[in-house]
Design a protein around this ligand. Structure first.
Ligand SMILES: C[S@@+](CC[C@H](N)C(=O)[O-])C[C@H]1O[C@@H](n2cnc3c(N)ncnc32)[C@H](O)[C@@H]1O
Length: 245
């Protein structure tokens, strides 16, 4: 499955549950837990998102346990900068920033989500090293970074209208192919040593010039860390999760 899909009734239930959450911890307490690399329940974090983004969290945004594991790996591999391609409401960048020292840049096609993400970074006090910019990955230059993160950002192109975030951007099979091609091009052209984190893949293939250096199968979906270890690709590419494509 590209995402754990929720039908609308389930989305509403999740949202209603949160309405009862008077006693939930404040951002300082959540930040403290993430700094210690423990994951509070996603609900306590998602409470700081506007309702529209909260109700789609389980389907669209990275779980805290995944952000914490990613932060550990980024630290171990001495990565200083990361670009989240399709940063959505900012949950991955903000949570991983709290659990580590990396500087994050989120690129997001929907301006509304860029505003939501900037506010989330401000609420959790990491807006000095977590930035978000509006933009369409695949159009123009790719921002330079030590590592890139992909949480299956293009899967929405294949969903029906009731599972899409909104109808504000182009979503189509053609767009899906174009975006995947852009990632594969970026990976082919990236400098030696560049890392890629995939959470449930991205629908495309990873060139053989990349080596899988970390993997965790015990998270809701598979998280993998890849590193470019050769200048040339001289073998078959690695297939990468998102098995329903
Ligand atoms: C599955 S969500 C992941 C959000 C975030 N990375 C996280 O893990 O919490 C994918 C996001 O990618 C965005 N997106 C999809 N294709 C994009 C593109 N070509 N350029 C910029 N953003 C894109 C969508 O609007 C959506 O917000």
């Amino acid at each position: 499955m590209p995402f754990k899909r929720l039908n609308l009734a389930e989305r509403q239930l999740y949202s209603d549950d949160l309405m009862l959450a008077d006693e939930l911890p404040p951002p300082s307490q959540i930040s403290k837990a993430l700094r210690k690399r423990t994951s509070p329940h996603d609900r306590v974090f998602d409470r700081f998102l506007p309702q529209e983004e909260r109700i789609v969290s389980r389907q669209y945004w990275t779980p805290l346990s995944v952000a914490v594991r990613a932060a550990e790996w980024l630290d171990e591999l001495d990565i200083r900068t990361l670009v989240d391609i399709g940063s959505g409401a900012g949950k991955f960048c903000v949570a991983a920033a709290l659990a580590g020292d990396v500087r994050f840049l989120g690129v997001e096609q929907r301006p509304r989500l860029v505003s939501v993400a900037r506010e989330l970074a401000r609420v959790f006090g990491v807006d000095d090293r977590v930035k978000f910019v509006p933009g369409m990955f695949g159009v123009g230059e790719v921002p330079p970074a030590d590592a890139y993160y992909l949480y299956n950002p293009f899967g929405e192109n294949l969903f029906g209208p009731d599972q899409q975030l909104d109808a504000e951007v182009e979503l189509s099979d053609d767009r899906y192919r174009r975006d995947i091609d852009a990632v594969e091009r970026m990976l082919a052209e990236a400098e030696l040593g560049t890392c890629l984190l995939t959470y449930n893949g991205f629908g495309g293939e990873i060139p053989s010039s990349y080596t899988e250096v970390r993997v965790d199968h015990d998270l809701p979906n598979v998280l993998r860390m890849w590193r470019k270890t050769s200048r040339i690709s001289d073998g078959p590419p690695h297939t990468c999760d998102a098995e329903s494509y």
